[in-house]
Design a protein around this ligand. Structure first.
Ligand SMILES: [Mn+2]
Length: 334
């Protein structure tokens, strides 16, 4: 049988992947299988994706992290990956969309997270296979007192990642292999080689997730859609930030607050300007005006600071209204 090399969660740890493949002395005709989670948290997701796409004899199983990108479910780790991949992001996500939810041949089964024992892989729910939040809940209901693999009795080995097993992989009866050894957290990247069922690990060079989180704070902050945030969200931007902001990020967040406060402080001016413009224009001109609604309210004596604030719930609405009234307000800090 030709060799199959199955690698645990890589999470953008490209240098460790290269070292691990050297360690197992990979050959071009070896089948290389990733359990999924190529991206998110680590320093080089683009290199990892490119490697698997370009290498013949390679299979990548859909991980819950790929699935987040495919479904557009974004938290901080995904925002970072989108910036890391840059112009290649959309195309890479299109590729992720094509990933299978499992790999099986006559010697082994590979899934990202879990399977329901006794059910063919083709009949399993994708959420369970890839370990989405919903799939995890379903499993917890099915196996309240243990793990799915406690009930896996088939002779064919099953290999998965997803839950960090510690620095060492989990192996049971030489049939059950949990390979996520926390490479992106500074632990190990692990591979299983078939048919001899040997396990190989290399040490991670650093706590990559901690470093990546810090490194991308400011770029991520700058790409958030602040123009469409509510004033409350803008006020809470610092608290809502997912890790303690460094000096640069904190300084930028302060500028963001100043910007938001500056926009809100123009409300009285906008009211005055609306009244002036309304008085200057004919009814016909008013009807065709981009700020017609507010101008008619002014004309009817129903426009004051409170009603204007209600109609300007975000920076964008405020800036657009001001522009319609001939005033140029500041854009968010860059
Ligand atoms: Mn993972």
């Amino acid at each position: 049988m030709r060799r199959v090399i199955i690698v645990g969660d890589i999470h953008g740890c490209f240098d460790e992947l290269v070292e691990l493949l050297e360690e197992v002395a990979i050959r071009p005709d070896d089948l290389l299988v990733s359990v999924g989670d190529l991206v998110d948290r680590g320093p080089a997701p683009g290199e990892v994706v490119r490697f698997f796409r370009e290498r013949p004899n390679s299979v990548v199983v859909m991980g819950n992290h790929e699935r987040k990108h495919v479904r557009g479910v974004f938290s901080y780790a995904q925002e970072i990956t989108r910036l890391q991949l840059g112009d290649d992001y959309a195309e890479s996500v299109d590729w992720m969309r094509t990933l299978p939810y499992y790999f099986e041949n006559e010697h082994v089964r590979v899934v990202h997270a879990a399977l329901r024992p006794g059910i063919p892989l083709a009949d399993q729910r994708e959420e369970v296979l890839c370990g989405s939040t919903k799939g995890e809940r379903e499993l917890a209901t099915l196996f309240p007192d243990g793990h799915w693999y406690d009930h896996y009795t088939d002779a064919k080995p099953v290999v998965f990642g997803h839950h960090v097993t510690g620095r060492e992989p989990m192996t049971r009866d030489g049939r059950i292999f949990g390979l996520d050894t926390g490479a992106c957290h500074g632990w190990n990247l692990t591979a299983l080689c078939l048919p001899d069922r040997t396990v190989h690990s290399v040490r991670a060079h650093a706590d990559h997730w901690a470093a990546t989180k810090r490194r991308w704070q400011l770029p991520v902050l700058k790409t958030r859609p602040w123009r469409d945030a509510s004033w409350v969200e803008l006020g809470q931007a610092t608290e809502r930030f997912s890790c303690a902001p460094d000096t640069d990020a904190r300084r930028w967040l302060e500028r963001l607050q100043v910007w938001a406060a500056g926009l809100q402080s123009t409300f009285p001016t906008l009211v005055t300007t609306a009244h002036r413009v309304a008085d200057e224009l004919t009814r016909d001109e008013l009807r065709r005006h981009p700020a017609a609604k507010i101008l008619f309210q002014a004309l009817a004596g129903r426009l004051d600071g409170t009603s204007l604030a209600r109609q300007c719930p975000t920076p964008r609405r405020t800036i657009d209204l001001a522009a319609a009234l001939g005033l140029v307000l500041e854009e968010p800090p860059t």
